[in-house]
Design a protein around this ligand. Structure first.
Ligand SMILES: C[S@@+](CC[C@H](N)C(=O)[O-])C[C@H]1O[C@@H](n2cnc3c(N)ncnc32)[C@H](O)[C@@H]1O
Length: 203
């Protein structure tokens, strides 16, 4: 799935109340798993319209929202302009194709993005590089599903096996990996479970 789909759906993304509610549930799960403060430098990777960062606002420090879709970045910039999102940096970044910028974050949150990432080991290693020592990676994504979520021409991941992803996170140099239930995604009458995986860069 290229950026065209997300470019085309960005303007109406937030009209779907389920997406807004789910972003709040992801933010709650992140806040329950990781200690946050006004000093926490956050990268929201594959931020979409910034819903997860919006839901974390007031509990975190400086935010950077990265997305490879220009349509999504335009919505984020509008929200920053209107005050719906606090002042934040917006990055055009695709870690499958680009090396990570020379920056460090205390928390990387990435919600429903990883199943679109084909070069997963490369991107997980790049997340590790972007984390400050002791920093956390929080991944919200679909549990392994039968392929019905996107339809059978989808060339990404049909969700993730929690144990396999945990090994991949350790292979990327992260420690203290844990995975818990987070929220649900109801599509066409089918309920898909969403986990939150948490891992830490060694101090
Ligand atoms: C399902 S949306 C989730 C948006 C947001 N995180 C949320 O939970 O509301 C997936 C987002 O990931 C972005 N994305 C997909 N592949 C990406 C990549 N390789 N690099 C950066 N962003 C990507 C898409 O443009 C889209 O905005």
């Amino acid at each position: 799935m290229g950026t065209e789909h997300f470019d085309a759906t960005a303007a109406d993304w937030d009209r779907d109340e389920q997406k807004v509610a789910r972003a709040h549930e992801v933010a709650q799960a992140v806040a329950a798993a990781v200690s946050l403060s006004a000093r926490t430098r956050v990268l929201d990777y594959g931020a979409g319209t910034g819903l997860v960062t919006q839901a974390l606002a007031g509990r975190i420090g400086p935010a950077t929202l990265a997305d490879s879709s220009s349509g999504m970045r335009d919505v984020i910039l509008e929200k920053i302009g209107s005050g719906a999102l606090p002042a934040a940096r917006v990055w055009d970044l695709d870690l499958e194709a680009q090396p990570p910028p020379d920056e460090r974050f205390d928390l990387i949150v990435t919600s429903l993005v990883l199943h679109h990432i084909k070069a997963l080991p490369r991107v997980l290693s790049r997340f590790t590089e972007l984390l400050a020592p002791g920093g956390y990676l929080c991944i919200a994504d679909l549990d392994r599903e039968d392929g019905s979520f996107h339809g059978h021409d989808f060339d990404g991941h049909h969700g993730f096996d929690r144990a396999e992803l945990s090994v991949q996170l350790e292979d990327a140099g992260l420690v203290d990996v844990s995975v818990r239930d987070c929220t649900e995604y109801v599509r066409d009458g089918v309920t898909y479970s969403v986990f939150l995986a948490v891992a830490r860069r060694p101090a």
